[in-house]
Design a protein around this ligand. Structure first.
Ligand SMILES: *[C@@H]1O[C@H](CO)[C@@H](O)[C@H](O)[C@H]1NC(C)=O
Length: 340
């Protein structure tokens, strides 16, 4: 009846051609559905729709520079356009209630590195309470081209259930997608997390020192923590080359190398800027850009030993937060000696 009235009003106003009633009704229903669909998509994806990636100007000290979306799109289109899609993910990792604040150990790993993951599961990457925190390891994995690797990974996931798997291709440049998609995943599925500790699967981590550190540093949730690379020169040749066109300055803004502590309180802001900034093809520098855009200070801590230790003795492992360049055999040996 309402539709009939509506039609009569429109006819009277001379706006509608003389369509048969049925056709007008169908048109009305179609328009109604379309409007509802647009409203629905708008409401559920408003963050993605209104926060577009764009060129941004950043300020580093007295120096201003631009990250140009056009150039990023021309050189690394899939880094800008990829929409994070998980093949395997587990809400249970973050669904409490936990006996203690959640410390997510987010470990970047390649599908082929199952041996490393096995060692980490036997050493520092174990789900357990520790020192007033609850540790939850999650391996961050993308997709390798070989089918056999995907098969093996599926089986591994069935047994251990600690792998967050995305459908983009594994490659050095694509590691920035792990940063971006991790922020999105934590923001959407893990809002209660107290801290995210992010690292590659090739380092030694001392979780006892890590939890101590979180307790003893004042205003720990105000900063991103790790070993700070300050004034890191931009490399223009070789594997990690960055063309002038993409980033014209000679030094990067400060960024963290190796293991990084991201307080949960800073994730919403980091995620928000990750929707706006062009995605830079070097993961560590990319997180540095995000921190700069979000106005977050990076805190340097020398016990993240990114150049290894001078003397390979048990004391060094006890005192460090992380150590680079430790073989998997040595890692297991030290772990057994000190903590098993
Ligand atoms: C990076 O991921 C994208 C999206 O899956 C893919 O198209 C591209 O080939 C990947 N890059 C490499 C070098 O594998």
């Amino acid at each position: 009846m309402a539709a009939l009235k509506f039609r009569e009003v429109l006819l009277a106003a001379g706006r509608l051609p003389q369509l048969p009633f049925r056709r007008t009704l169908h048109l009305g229903v179609a328009v109604g559905l379309l409007v509802s669909a647009i409203l629905y998509i708008g409401l559920t994806h408003w963050e993605n729709i209104f926060a577009r990636r764009r060129s941004v100007v950043l300020q580093m000290g007295s120096c201003r520079f631009q990250l140009d979306l056009g150039v990023h799109l021309a050189l690394y289109p899939h880094l800008q356009r990829y929409r994070c899609r998980e093949l395997v993910s587990e809400d249970a990792w973050c669904r409490g209630p936990w006996p203690a604040p959640l410390l997510l150990l987010a470990i970047k790993s390649h599908p082929a590195s199952w041996e490393r993951r096995a060692v980490l599961r036997r050493t520092w990457a174990q789900q357990r309470p520790m020192d007033g925190f609850f540790l939850q390891p999650v391996f961050l994995v993308a997709t390798a081209s070989e089918d056999s690797l995907a098969q093996a990974l599926r089986q591994e996931i069935q047994v251990f259930g600690d792998v967050l798997w995305w459908d983009f291709g594994e490659s050095p440049r694509n590691q920035s997608l792990k940063e971006r998609c991790l922020l999105q995943w934590v923001h959407n599925h893990c809002q209660g997390v107290a801290y995210v500790f992010k690292a590659n699967d090739d380092i030694f981590v001392n979780p006892y020192e890590l939890t101590q550190y979180l307790k003893e540093i004042p205003r720990v949730s105000d900063f991103i923590h790790g070993n700070l690379a300050n004034e890191e020169p931009v490399v223009r040749t070789g594997d990690a080359a960055v063309p002038c066109l993409l980033y014209p300055l000679e030094h990067y803004p400060p960024f963290i190398t190796g293991g990084t502590i991201l307080p949960g309180a800073l994730i919403p802001e980091l995620y928000r800027v990750s929707l706006q900034l062009p995605v830079f093809p070097l993961d560590e520098a990319y997180l540095g850009f995000l921190a700069l855009a979000a106005g977050i200070t990076l805190r340097h801590e020398g016990r993240f030993q990114v150049r290894g230790v001078v003397k390979d003795e048990p004391e060094a492992y006890k005192e460090s937060l992380t150590i680079h360049g430790v073989s998997m055999e040595r890692m297991e040996e030290v772990w057994k000696e000190l903590w098993d």
